[in-house]
Design a protein around this ligand. Sequence first.
Ligand code: ADP
Ligand code: ZN
Ligand code: ZN
Length: 753
Amino acid sequence: MSENTQTKAPTVYANVIVDISVDKLDKTFQYLVPPELMENIAVGVQVDIPFGKRIITGYVIELTDQPEWDVERIRPLLGIRKGSVAIESQLIALAGWMRRNYGSTMNQALKTVIPIKQKTKSVEKRSVELLLPETRARAKLALYESKHSKAKARLLRELIGQQVLDYGLVTQKLNVSAATIRAMEQENILAVHSTASYRNPVAHLTKQEYHKILNEEQQRVVDEVSLDMDRGNPQTYLLQGVTGSGKTEVYMELIARVLEKGQQAIVLIPEIALTYQTVMRFYNRFGDRVSIMNSRLSGGERYDQFERAKAGDIDIMIGPRSALFTPFERLGLIIIDEEHENSYKSETAPRYHAREVAIQRARMNRASVILGSATPSVDSFYQVEQGNYRLLTLTERVDHKPLPECEIVDMRKELMEGNRSILSVRLQELMEDRLNKGQQIMLFLNRRGLSGFLSCRACGYVVKCPHCDVSLSLHQGHRMICHYCGYEEPEPQVCPSCGSKYLGSFKAGTQRIEELVQKRFPSARIMRMDFDTTRAKDSYEKILSAFANQEADILIGTQMIVKGHDFSNVTLVGVLAADMSLHVSDFHAAERTFQLLTQAVGRAGRGRQPGQAVIQTYDPENYAIVAARNQDYRAFYDKEIAYRYMMSYPPVWNMLVVHCTGAVLEKVEETADLVAELLKKQVVERAFRIHVVGPADAAVAKVNDVYRKVVYLKGEQYEELVQMKDALENYCQSQNAFSGALIQFDFNPATGF
Ligand code: ADP
Ligand code: ZN
Ligand code: ZN
C-alpha cells in the first residue's frame, strides 16, 4: 500500500454567503478549501474569496464533501480573516451548531439566528414627556380619576413618577391609545418627542429609590456568581427561589456587575410574564440602556433593535426566546427567568431549546448563565445532580411572608356525599368568607388536558397505555389510542376499576364555570381570562390590571392567570380539576401539573394578609399534587426522576421524535413505515443503544387536512440520536426519497406529540 493514498485528505468544500440579509441567506457560493487552510476552517469564519474579478469577504455557513457543480470550476478560498471574531461569525457558528443538534436546513437555522434585514425605513423612536410640575400634575390626576378617565389617569400616574416614557412602552404596555396621548398633548399636559430627544429618556431617575438593599440570602447568591465571574470561571447556575423570594432583584444586581465590566446581558422572560410591571423594574434601574423585544414587533423593528445592540446603544435586552440572538459583542450574562416554561422550546425547525442554546452561546463568549425558577424543570435539576449546573437557592419570601396554607379536597368524596357541583363545599365556604371580607379570589381551571383522556369520577381511575404509562386519548369511533407507541383499545363503557358509569372526559370550560360561580354567588363581580377573552390585542394586560385595581372580586382563568402581576388583595386561590393536566398523553404530565399547581398556589397571600389555597382533585394521593400542596420540590423531583429512569424518558435518556406530515394519508403512512424500518436497521448496524418505536398517530392526527405520524427514538446518548438524524437526512437527500411527506425532527420534545 502506498503511503500516499493512505494519508490523502478528503476534499472539503465551503459554502459561503457574501451578504447577511434575508433574501441573500439562501444564496451561497461554493469554494474549495485548500489544504493549508484546513486547520482553521470552521462554520462562521470570515473568508476572502474570488468573486468575479474582485476579492471580497464572506462567511462560511457550511462545510461539506458534496460539490454542488463541476468540480473543475470550483475555485479555492484565498484566506481566512484573523483577529477579533465578528459577532456575525459567532451567530453563524451558533446556527451551525443548532442545525446539527436539532435538525433543520442551514437556511432555517440562519434565519432563526440572524435578524431579518428589511428595506423599510427604520422606525422613528419617540418619547412622551410630562410638562406639568408635580403638584399640578397630581391635581390633574385627581380630576381624571373622578371622571373615570382610566387611560389618561394611568399614563399621568406613570409620568409623575418618571417624567419621560418611551412612546412604544406607553402604547404597548400601558395600553394608552395614540388618540389619548394626542388629546393630552393638546391639553399641554405632555409633549411627544422624536428620535433626537429620545436618547436618554430616564437619565434623571433617582436610581437609589429603586435600589433595594439585598437581604442576606440574595447577597450570598450574588456574591457566589460574581466571584466566579471575577475569577474568569463562568458557570451555568440554577437559581431556585420560591415565588416572591426576590429573584428579579438578584438578576438586576448581577446585571449591574456585568455592566460595570463593560459587558452586556440578555434576559429571557416568557412573553406572558413580560408585563408592564416587570419591564418597568428594569427601566427604573437601568434607564435607556435597556431594550425590550416581543413578538408583536415587526421584522423591521426587530432588526432595528438588533442594530442598536450592535451599535452599542443598549446593554440589556429583555424578551422572549428570540432575544437570545441579540448581537452583543461582549455578552457577559444570560438570564432565563421561569426556565421551566414550555415557550422556551421552539415549535418550528430548528426546534431548539433556549436553555441549551443559551449555554452554547455563553460558552462562545465565556459568559455566565442563570436559570431561575420557583419550580425548576426536571431537566435542569437533573443537570444539577449530574454536576453540570450549580444550584443556588432562595428559600424564603422577602420579608418572611409565609407561603399560603394549602389543602386538598377529594372530589370523589364530594360526589359520594351528593355534591355534584364543580365547587367543593370547603371552597364555597372559603369563597363566602373572602367575599364578605372584601378580599379577592382566583379560580384556576387547569385545562391543559383537554386532549380527551377518560377518567372515573367515582374512583379517579384513568385509562392508560400498558406499555408507556401515559394516558390513552379518546379518538373518533370510540377508540383509545397511545400516541407514543400506537397501542389501541376500544373505549370502555364502565370504569374498569370500580364499575361506575361516571366515566367521561372533563369538558367544562371557563365560560361554563363563570356561569356556575355567578349563580352560586349572584352579587360577586367576576372576570374571566381565557383564550376567548384575551384574543384582542393587550386584553391580557387590561384584565390583569383591572383585577389588580380591584374592579372584580373573582378572577376565573386558565393557566394564563398564574403568571404576571402581584395581586396583593388575593387571599384565596381555588384550583379546579387539578388532575386534568396529569393525564395528557405526555411524559411531562406530572411535572407540568406540579409546576402549575405550585405557581397557582403561590398567587395567594402576596400582600399583607396571609393566603390560603384549595386544590380540588380526583387523585388526592398523586405525588405531584401532594408535593404541590406541601410546596416540596425535592419530594416531587425524587419521585419524578425515578419514573423517568424506569421508563427511560428524558432527561435520563434522550428522545428524538421524527414527524412525518403530508396531505395524502397513504403517502404519510408509507413514509412513516419506511422511516421506522430504516432507523431500526441503522440502530442494529451501528450497535447503538436506541429503541425505535412506532409509527403512531400524533396527538392530533390530522390538522388542517395535513396528516401526521410520528416515529420516536429513545437513546441513552444524545450524540447517537444526532447521528440517526444525519443518517435519515442523508438518505432523504441521496435517494430523493419521501416526496409525499415532510420529515421534521424534534429532540427531547417539550410537549406531547
Ligand atoms: P421573584 O422574582 O422571586 O418572584 P421578586 O424579585 O419579584 O421575586 O420580589 C418580590 C417582591 O419583593 C417584589 O415586590 C420586590 O420588589 C420585593 N423585594 C425583592 N427583594 C427585596 C429586598 N431585598 N428588599 C425589599 N424588597 C424586596
Ligand atoms: Zn371507577
Ligand atoms: Zn404506548
